[in-house]
Design a protein around this ligand. Structure first.
Ligand SMILES: CC(C)(COP(=O)(O)OP(=O)(O)OC[C@H]1O[C@@H](n2cnc3c(N)ncnc32)[C@H](O)[C@@H]1OP(=O)(O)O)[C@@H](O)C(=O)NCCC(=O)NCCS
Length: 466
């Protein structure tokens, strides 16, 4: 097919999808997410096949020796469909900014924030679901939320000094017993069918993550009782309720926003990359996500949201109530001079204020403008970029997502910061699982980049520099 014909075919298919959704919204015959993905997959497979055939030998970048020693920063070598991160502008989910998804995605009745289950649909298909499609997905997730007994017991038997992220990862790993993918693979399923079982496992996982997270939270910090799931509620509302905050509509809205903006940040970050890497060996979604969660638990990645809160509380104590900008500046320098990083600042890709920070700041300005911890975060925002620039190390002196999330949770009474990364983990599943399904759909290869020893690199660069 010629390029122009392809363009026409694509725009016709987009339009027909638009019309069919519009019509189906008034009928009961709307496709489910799985059906819609199945409809779209052949087009995606053909697109990838054609791209590889036509441009497979095109050079798309170069690699410097310093990148091999520098966390492979900037090396192009991953495929990620759900989102692309621009250093200046921030994240776009299937081409949409955070304000776009806040506007375009279906919301709960009376709510203003996007529903994470609708975002999952968007990340998987590139399309915005209708209200009734979203509702059907919410219902399916609620219906599949119950944990098997052995997973409940594992969580209940975890010692209280075991970090919530370790408990979370153990429970997700133990869900392997439920993997339809693992069972189908063992039964010799045709590789063309892999995505279907990966899809089922992914939905099962999304459905069960809040139940796991809430059980850990309620066991460690409350009475161990988790509220029952209400099938008429959306995902964020049920999660808030299981955690014990369902009666506060502002917290429910915060959960919807939190889960949406923490979901996806393209493919190279540790949790996304790890999930994809482990998944490329055809490990089930349960094992793949558990691996990603273990990466998210690191202080330079998801655990930074816990570190930020601890650092803020320490600062507040140290400054004895005088949180003037001069004192904050002194405290920032003390942190840096102690050889620590300023948590919540800097980023491997971003070079501006993270729009996920801005979205949370806007939420705070709307719901808690006078909260002292929010004011502290705002004052740090005015001082830290200058200090970090003077310090002269970080390439990005601006705040990231983790710099703001903790104070919002504190405001509503969720003060147990060691739990915060678990919330991030539930959200991250919404971003990494769609890619796992797509990977299986387009038959992505097992990941296996090349490594060299320092000795070998020496030989290589010396011969190249002759
Ligand atoms: C996110 C992060 C890991 C990115 O790392 P990176 O891509 O290597 O960042 P840079 O290239 O800007 O790092 C260059 C130097 O600046 C330092 N730097 C980066 N961010 C810094 C920060 N917030 N405070 C102090 N120093 C920082 C790095 O540690 C590095 O120092 P080194 O040369 O002594 O090793 C880093 O900015 C960081 O540690 N931030 C704090 C933790 C955090 O908020 N993580 C959540 C990210 S969403």
């Amino acid at each position: 097919m010629s390029a122009s014909l392809r363009t026409i075919a694509r725009s016709v298919s987009k339009r027909s999808a638009f019309y069919s959704n519009a019509v189906r919204a008034y009928s009961t015959k709307e496709p489910t997410l799985k059906e819609r993905f199945a409809e779209l997959l052949p087009e995606k497979q053909a697109e990838v096949k054609e791209l590889k055939a036509k441009y497979g030998k095109t050079v798309i970048g170069e690699v410097l020796l310093e990148q091999a020693y520098g966390g492979m920063r900037g090396i192009k070598g991953l495929v990620w469909e759900g989102s692309v991160l621009d250093p200046e502008e921030g994240i776009r989910f299937r081409g949409r900014t955070i304000p776009d998804i806040q506007k375009e995605l279906p919301k709960a009745e009376g709510g203003n924030e996007p529903l994470p289950e609708a975002l999952f649909w968007l990340l998987l298909t590139g399309e915005v679901p209708t209200v009734s499609q979203t509702k059907a997905l919410s219902e399916e997730l609620a219906a599949r939320s119950k944990l098997p007994k052995h997973v409940e017991e594992l969580i209940d038997r975890s010692p209280s000094h075991l970090h919530p992220m370790a408990q979370f990862s153990i429970a997700v790993t133990a869900l392997e017993s439920e993997s339809q993918f693992a069972k189908a693979y063992a039964a010799g399923v045709n590789k063309k069918e892999y995505w279907k079982y990966t899809y089922e496992d992914s939905i099962e996982l999304l459905a069960k993550l809040p139940t796991i997270a809430a059980r850990i939270y309620r066991n460690l910090f409350h009475d161990g009782k988790v509220a029952a799931v209400d099938p008429s509620l959306d995902y964020g509302a049920n999660f808030a309720s299981m955690l014990g905050y369902g009666s506060n509509p502002e917290f429910v809205e915060l959960m919807r926003l939190y889960l949406s903006i923490h979901s996806d940040h393209e493919g190279g970050n540790v949790s996304a990359h790890t999930t994809h890497l482990v998944g490329s060996a055809l490990s089930s979604p349960f094992l793949s996500l558990a691996a990603g969660l273990n990466g998210l638990a690191g202080p330079l990645h998801g655990r930074a949201n816990q570190e930020v809160l601890e650092w803020l509380v320490e600062m507040k104590k140290e400054l004895k109530g005088d949180m003037s900008k001069e004192n904050i500046e002194k405290y920032l320098w003390a942190t840096l001079k102690a050889g620590r990083v300023v948590p919540g600042y800097g980023h491997a890709v971003l070079r501006k204020t993270d729009p996920r920070y801005t979205a949370q700041r806007e939420f705070a300005l709307k719901h808690m403008p006078d909260y002292d911890m929010f004011k502290l975060v705002s004052n740090i925002y005015e001082v830290a970029p200058k200090v970090l620039t003077e310090h002269g190390k970080t390439k990005n002196p601006w705040p990231n997502v983790d710099s703001h999330s903790g104070v919002l949770l504190q405001y509503y009474g969720m003060k147990e910061q060691s739990f915060y990364t678990v919330l991030f983990g539930v959200a991250r599943a919404f971003g990494v699982l769609p890619q796992l399904i797509i990977d299986r759909g387009i038959g992505m290869a097992i990941e296996r980049p090349k490594s060299f020893s320092t000795e070998k690199y020496k030989e290589l660069v010396e011969s190249l520099n002759k």
